[in-house]
Design a protein. Structure first.
Length: 264
């Protein structure tokens, strides 16, 4: 029966070389070394060696998962996907994930709660946006529902106040109506409630200092571009094409008529 005759530590921390009958046999993690008492004088048969190699393989998977899961918070699904990419079979992945949960390395409930708290602080995603992200991360729907209790209407209003101001400013080169539509669409995509979005836009308009020339300047710029596009048309047909195009861009037809009277 082979006997452990020497154990040497590798340069890499926590790794050891095992020698059987004065010949190198295999390397193991420190945890495997201790678990199976792989010290000088230990006797190992072929079955023991096979068990140790299986344990070492699982420990390798665990170590890789541990590095991945401690770099930042991870979910059970994310860890499983990473191990699957590394070529580990489902049974090993299941054992590793179970062990990481037992060791309090991963916790989907804490992940969801933390993600919601961070989303509220950042103010860039509404509840439905957060829900979608957590679903992508593999969080159970009931865990998501529990975590989202913390994201209330007041939090949405706070986030929307800042987001609406930012987006309307970003879209200020468009017609007022179109700027509001683009802002609304963006916030819907980010998971905010439609009624709260509309209210936030309305509140912003009520409290802003009106720029009397902005809408006209935007119209004048766009109208000149459109007029050049339809320069080959004249009279009623020209005006109808210009009006239709500018209306689709969100401009009020009365303002468009005013521009046409002044310049055409």
């Amino acid at each position: 029966m082979p006997t452990v005759t020497k154990v040497t530590q590798q340069r890499r921390a926590g790794r050891y070389n095992i020698y059987l009958d004065d010949e190198y046999a295999f390397a193991v993690d420190e945890k495997v070394l201790i678990t199976y008492n792989l010290f000088k004088g230990a006797n190992l048969d072929e079955a023991d060696i096979e068990i140790i190699k299986v344990a070492e393989f699982k420990q390798k998977a665990y170590t890789q998962a541990l590095v991945y899961a401690t770099g930042q918070m991870r979910t059970s699904q994310q860890v499983s996907h990473k191990l699957r990419e590394r070529g580990y079979e489902p049974r090993v992945i299941q054992e590793v994930v179970k062990r990481l949960i037992s060791d309090h390395v991963i916790n989907d409930e804490i992940y969801a709660q933390t993600y919601v708290d961070q989303a509220i602080s950042a103010g860039k995603l509404g509840p439905r946006g957060v829900q979608f992200k957590l679903q992508q991360a593999g969080i159970d729907k009931f865990v998501i529902e529990d975590a989202l209790v913390a994201y209330d209407v007041d939090d949405q209003i706070t986030a929307l106040t800042a987001r609406v101001a930012n987006l309307l400013e970003k879209n200020s080169r468009y017609a007022k109506f179109m700027a509001e539509q683009k802002t609304q669409q963006k916030l819907l995509q980010q998971g905010f409630d439609l009624n709260l979005i509309k209210q936030a836009i309305q509140n912003y308009r009520l409290n802003e200092t009106p720029d009397e020339t902005l809408e006209w300047d935007n119209l004048d710029r766009d109208a000149n571009i459109v007029a050049n596009r339809y320069a080959d048309y004249t009279g009623w047909e020209f005006k109808q094409k210009v009006k239709a195009t500018l209306y689709r861009k969100g401009y009020d037809l009365n303002l468009v008529d005013k521009w046409l009277r002044q310049y055409h």
